[in-house]
Ligand binder design. Sequence first.
Ligand code: SP5
Ligand code: ZN
Length: 370
Amino acid sequence: MIAITSPQHRSHAPAFEIFRGNRVACHETPARADAIENQLALCGHTVTTAHVDSREVLRQVHSERYLRFLVHAWRDWIALDPANADLQPFPAVWPVRTLRSDIEPQNFTARLGLYSMDNGCALVEGTWAAAKAAADAAASAAALLRQGERAVFCCTRPPGHHAGADFMGGYCFLNNAAVAAQALLGGGLARVALLDVDYHHGNGTQSIFYHRSDVLFVSIHGDPLTEYPFYLGHSDECGAGEGDGFNLNLPLPAGSSASAWFAALETACQRVAAHGAQALVVSLGLDTFAQDPISTFLLQSKDFTRLGQRLAGLYLPVIFVLEGGYAAAELGVNAVNVIEGFEQVWLQQEAQRLAGNFVQPTKQPSGGAV
Ligand code: SP5
Ligand code: ZN
């Protein structure tokens, strides 16, 4: 499987994030992508870089004013005071219920709050370059699928699934998975499925596609009653309008076992198959790992192989987009396990197909809920 990496990811390396009022070391670090890239090379996987500019797709996924804010955020922060170059901006005020978000204030901190869902998204000078490069990788992966590639892995950061059309949050700035799905549609596909297996609910992705039936969104995650992002990801969120029936949330209690998780994966895969999707985007968070420092599910490294195997059973072209996963030392093995589990089953299917005895899983386009 081809992997797309972006050297620019290293320009997003904040010094700290805020946790309970204190500065703590960032969980979302360059070492994460580096660990995976090293393991990919060690295991002989083809690694390439982005060749497509995501600019046009980004305009379909994000609002004009949010993109404008992100592009200039660091410049505006420095304009307040040159000494800010050694500091990181964080929001201090947010337009919650009863306040207006239709008018963009002039004050920098107020704009940062308008475009943020939390204060957990450290921003530095190189953030835009890194985020844009990750979005370019997602758009490039869609182009590779269009050219006949069966599966592509975007080994990119910062992650994207918490970022909505006009806000950042949860270490995410641009929604790379949404870019991949939108680029697949722009390349001529009519139906795409997006499966989010990160520990945290992909609130940004859900909100981007909530009113649409062309992208089915399915997510397995920690119950938002106790887990970030807290304010979205419940099982009664089924989509709205045209999108009614095209959103499926499978929240699991904190501390859930691998067997509970794979039971949810089975439900998720059946819904994806029923969508009649022509391609699948996987928001591949690896923070379901038992040793993850900020999450509570109990998957072991071998379970990531099983995940890859099950996804290959869907017999769809797939774009894997890296999301979370903070046990940096083990990320390489866990990511490569997904890829190699997928490839094992996919090669078996190819062999069966060449021998003339492979039955493609039936796809049944369906409108309603499962
Ligand atoms: C992409 C992704 O996985 N984003 C996750 C964002 C999680 N934000 C909340 C982080 C809270 C960190 N809590 C540390 C608890 C240590 N005991
Ligand atoms: Zn996560």
